[in-house]
Design a protein. Structure first.
Length: 257
């Protein structure tokens, strides 16, 4: 059992820590903004080819709102920041429906758009950088025998590539991804991850940057619910957080507890 210290003040005792990835461990905003613009550009190209009557400016503006892009920043509670690829495909299809497509047509166009961005290599696929202090904390947890896991709506391969790129795979006992079911923010995702780790939820802490992550953790009975606010240009609003953390350098481990 270890004690987590926030600015040298003890906040919870735990045997395991569950981490979100994007916006928590990873400085993902620049990559996600690039991804949003690539998908919007491709959606306009495909829609104009398949449905010429659809207005490109309206599609671009509405997709930016749907993805949570505003004034060059990303809404940390928006679909692109929080939701899975499948959820973002559904939100794109919904926008296309609002602008006059049938649902089957809209869904086909949304899938074609996302697939084309991937196949055409329109964005850099290098994993996003770690936020300052995140890697050191994970290494400290590993060295002190505290179990760490990642729970994210990224794909399993995306999480594994991120951890491998930053040489953190050995520090992480398990992951729960968008390929697992149920996906977060279903509290059952947390419960099943804790079962994989052979840890009771009340002996774990969870760190996330989305209100849905924190609500999920509370409903699952996680012992320490920590909201991370330092991963975005526009800090997220996290009313369900038991504790707020802005910088990883403010969180430390006391194994003498």
């Amino acid at each position: 059992m270890a004690q987590l210290l926030l600015k040298e003040n003890p906040i919870c005792n735990c045997q395991g820590v569950l981490f979100d990835k994007d916006g928590t461990l990873s400085h993902s905003e620049p990559h996600l903004l690039e991804l949003a613009e690539a998908r919007i550009k491709k959606a306009i190209e495909i829609a104009q080819e398949k449905t010429p009557a659809l207005q490109a400016p309206a599609l671009g503006d509405t997709l930016r709102r749907a993805f949570g892009v505003h004034n060059g920043m990303l809404d940390p509670g928006g679909t692109l920041a929080v939701a899975s690829r499948q959820d973002n495909i559904a939100s794109t299809a919904t926008v296309l429906c609002l602008l006059g497509c049938s649902w089957p047509q809209a869904l086909a166009l949304a899938h074609a758009c996302f697939d084309a961005v991937d196949q055409d290599n329109l964005i850099d696929t290098t994993p996003s950088p770690l936020l300052n202090g995140a890697g050191q904390l994970m290494r400290d947890l590993y060295q002190q025998g505290v179990t760490a896991a990642v729970i994210s709506n990224d794909t399993r391969s995306g999480i594994e590539d991120f951890l491998a790129h930053h040489e953190l795979k050995a520090c992480v006992a398990s992951i729960w991804s968008a390929d697992d079911h149920p996906r977060k923010p279903d509290p059952q995702a947390v419960l099943e991850l804790c079962e994989r780790l052979d840890l009771p939820p009340q002996r774990c802490a969870l760190v996330g940057d989305a209100e849905t992550d924190l609500q999920m953790a509370l409903e699952a009975g996680i012992g320490g619910v920590i909201g991370f606010t330092g991963g975005w240009s526009r800090p997220p609003e996290l009313p369900s957080a038991q504790y707020l953390l802005h910088s990883w350098e403010d969180l430390a481990l006391n194994t003498a507890a």
